[in-house]
Design a protein around this ligand. Structure first.
Ligand code: ADP
Ligand code: ZN
Ligand code: ZN
Length: 723
């Protein structure tokens, strides 16, 4: 017998299938981990197939050395998924396989999945006087009951343990030792679904993809729990994904309270050991619900009944670094394989998903009102140019200041949201609201500090930084964003003695910091919480009556075709934090572009109106989902090498223009907007193609570049970020 093996190493040259001989008497099946000789080394690999014949000269093949487990760590479904992903996303097989396993089992780490536990044979044990060590083991086991084999071997020597085992005095058993990452569990609220929720539950009853459009507070989470409950009752398992940022302890506690030990949590806050344990509980079927950020889509559960992607529009569902993938693609694959349901939920579905729902590819479901019957908070748009004209050049409008003062006076709570994503920023005239845009692409330019230029991320054009506003002549044209720190210090000066908390990447890096800040906020009245995207989602604080959005425009002009969509979605999410219980909520939205359609539709909670307008704009400008953007990034410390490779690839890629006449809207080769990163020079081919033959063009472009590059190619489709 022969085994096709993928070597668990990250080099392009060995990213193919190698053949090994399965030694007689060794039971090996597809999906098992193996230890094999590779050149002069001994490495870890994964069996993907067992065959009777081999394609090479069998006398040249080497033998598998050993197997860490006697079962497949990668299940058949995942082997299929591996092929699908490698093909669709142009990825290396080994890098895909690694996604399926916890880090404790990767990169040649041979960690036992299940420990072997030893206990004593129940009958009479008689040993010769000379077997002192063996007697010690028997005495020890009589005292402790059972012990791990590895520990016994260490304590008493493997020889003595083996001797006892051979005599039948020791019984071996595979056991799992599990550390539990969650200790405190809250109280489960028993909730009866309202008719709208019940209707959703009744509709999601057969295989297929569903899009649930439910306003913030409409009780989507409750629907998810009921759906999962139903699957469990039918003997099926479930995966529920949430964006990393909203993986609040609150959500986890709710699920733990409802489903207890059946839930396994997979998120970045866990230690490698905890992750490994949760993975094992899922693998063995002890846990039946996997909850986590995007990587939990690879949970080793079989027999899936439902997969849920909450906040499906969230950009964190795209893996931006290698291996790149779109979580929804994988969810679709797994749902289909298991004949399961896939539910995408959001208060602001992505344009792409909503288009599919409109066209019938997804089944559309709606929850148009809040579960507790409360009104959505009123959103007031404040024109910041008007503020400047009225003599207020500070970061808070007089309206927001007045409302904050009232919150403090009433001993309530407010949240101040700072819209900040990445480090790029756009250029804006503070007097007339003019924004520097690309002359060719109609997207905002990004200011690059390193060479003091404005750059278009879609065509690579560069512009001089103007010192006067081209529209009104004012010198008050600036770039740069307000930071959370500055907002906090100004608020402290304005409201001395009031509890003011900050939540952003800097204040939440240590373990549990996130929860500490939220707890402190919850227990303080009055209080103001200042934060970034982190405070936008999921939180349910009953005393928050005011939400202030300080510089809404930051994401509006973040220079890519999804900017408007992202802004609309963020405002809707943030606004959803206010007025969730008795007290009426209010939102103050500060902007320099008060008439922008993103704000108008957001202020009216008009998702459909927004969608229609946005769809129209995308269609006119040929941006996704009406086209596909492809970027190939070449990066290396040797600039000449990068430039030469780019040239070779581009010359060949240009031929595609003729072959696919009329299909390529745009294609060029250039330096990347950030031309050097981590000491590597970055060049790129950027392409926008029509959808009709996009798959073929993408495949050909990949092959051209893959052939020319010594390293693996970084290939992106509709990237979230083009820096
Ligand atoms: P969403 O996820 O859609 O924003 P949530 O699931 O967080 O909404 O629900 C908002 C609030 O409404 C929660 O406090 C939840 O407990 C409550 N809720 C959900 N469904 C019901 C219901 N049928 N009856 C009463 N309250 C409900
Ligand atoms: Zn101006
Ligand atoms: Zn441009």
């Amino acid at each position: 017998m022969y085994a096709s093996v993928i070597i668990d190493q990250d080099a392009k040259a060995i990213d193919r299938v190698f053949e090994y001989i399965v030694p007689d008497g060794t039971r090996v099946c597809a999906g098992m981990r193996v230890v094999v000789p590779f050149g002069a080394r001994v490495v870890q690999g994964f069996v993907i197939e067992i065959k009777h014949d081999c394609s090479y000269d069998p006398s040249k093949l080497k033998k598998i050395i050993s197997c860490p487990e006697d079962f497949a760590v990668i299940k058949p479904e995942m082997l299929e998924l591996m092929k699908f992903m490698a093909d669709k996303n142009h990825l290396k097989l080994a890098s895909v396989l690694r996604l399926f396993l916890p880090s404790e089992m990767r990169e040649g780490k041979v960690r036992e999945l299940f420990a072997t536990s030893c206990s004593l044979y129940e009958g009479e044990i008689s040993l010769s006087k000379a077997a002192v060590k063996q007697q010690e083991i028997v005495n020890y086991l009589r005292e402790v009951g059972s012990e791990k084999l590895t520990t016994l071997n260490e304590k008493f020597g493997a020889g003595a343990v083996k001797a006892l085992f051979d005599k039948g005095f020791i019984i071996k058993e595979k056991v799992q030792l599990v550390r539990s990452p969650m200790s405190s569990v809250g109280q489960d609220k028993k909730i009866t679904l309202n008719p709208a929720q019940q209707k959703v539950l009744d509709t999601v009853c057969e295989e297929g993809v569903y899009l649930l459009h439910g306003v913030t507070g409409s009780g989507k989470t409750e629907v998810y729990m009921h759906l999962i409950d139903r699957e469990l009752e039918n003997g099926k398992n479930a995966i529920m994904l949430v964006p990393e940022i909203s993986l609040t302890p609150q959500i986890m506690a709710n699920f733990k309270a409802r489903f207890g030990d059946k839930v396994a949590l997979l998120h970045s806050g866990l230690s490698a050991g905890e992750r490994f344990d949760e993975w094992k509980r899922l693998y063995s079927g002890q846990a039946r619900i996997a909850i986590g950020a995007r990587s939990a889509i690879f949970a080793p559960l079989d027999n899936l009944g439902i997969i849920i992607l909450d906040e499906e529009h969230d950009s964190s569902y795209t893996s931006e670094s290698n291996p790149r993938y779109f979580t929804a693609d994988i969810a679709k694959f797994r749902a289909k394989y298991n004949k399961a349901k896939l539910l995408l939920g959001s208060a602001t579905p992505s344009v792409e998903s909503y288009k599919k729902a409109k066209e019938g590819e997804y089944k559309l479901l709606e929850l148009p009102i809040r579960a507790n019957g409360r009104e959505m908070p009123k959103i007031q748009i404040v024109d910041m140019i008007g503020e400047i004209r009225a003599g207020n050049s500070g970061m808070f409008s007089s309206q927001l200041l007045a409302d904050l003062a009232k919150v403090v006076n009433d001993k309530k709570q407010a949240m101040i949201f700072i819209n900040r994503r990445g480090y790029s920023s756009f250029m804006r005239c503070r007097d007339c609201g003019y924004i520097a845009k690309c002359t060719d692409c109609d997207v905002s330019l990004v200011y690059h500090r390193e060479d003091n230029r404005l750059k278009c991320h879609y065509c690579g054009k560069q512009f001089k930084v103007p010192d006067r506003c081209p529209s009104c002549g004012s010198e008050n044209i600036k770039h740069g964003a307000v930071g959370t720190e500055r907002v906090v210090s100004e608020l402290k000066a304005l409201f001395p003695g009031v509890k003011i908390l900050r939540m952003d990447n800097d204040t939440t890096s240590s373990k549990n910091a996130h929860q500490k800040i939220l707890d402190e906020f919850k227990n303080s009245l009055p209080a103001i919480l200042v934060g970034t995207q982190m405070i936008a989602k999921g939180h349910d604080f009953e005393n928050v009556v005011l939400v202030g959005i300080v510089d809404a425009d930051q994401s509006l002009y973040q220079t890519d075709y999804r900017s408007t969509e992202r802004t609309f979605s963020l405002i809707t999410q943030v606004a959803g934090r206010a007025g969730r219980s008795e007290d009426e909520g209010k939102v103050v939205l500060q902007t320099y572009a008060p008439r922008h359609y993103a704000y108008k539709f957001a202020a009216n909670y008009d998702y459909k109106g927004f969608y229609k307008k946005e769809e129209n704009i995308r269609q006119t400008a040929s941006f996704p989902p009406f086209s596909r953007i492809i970027r190939v990034l070449f990066a290396d410390s040797d600039e000449n090498y990068v430039r030469d490779t780019l040239k070779v690839c581009y010359n060949e890629a240009r031929l595609l223009k003729e072959k696919y006449a009329g299909q390529i809207i745009y294609m060029d080769a250039m330096k990347s907007p950030i031309k050097r990163m981590q000491n590597k020079y970055r060049y790129q081919i950027l392409m926008r193609v029509k959808l009709d033959r996009a798959d073929e063009i993408e495949k050909e472009l990949f092959e051209i570049c893959d052939k020319a590059c010594k390293n693996s190619v970084f290939f992106e489709v509709n990237p979230q970020n083009l820096s």
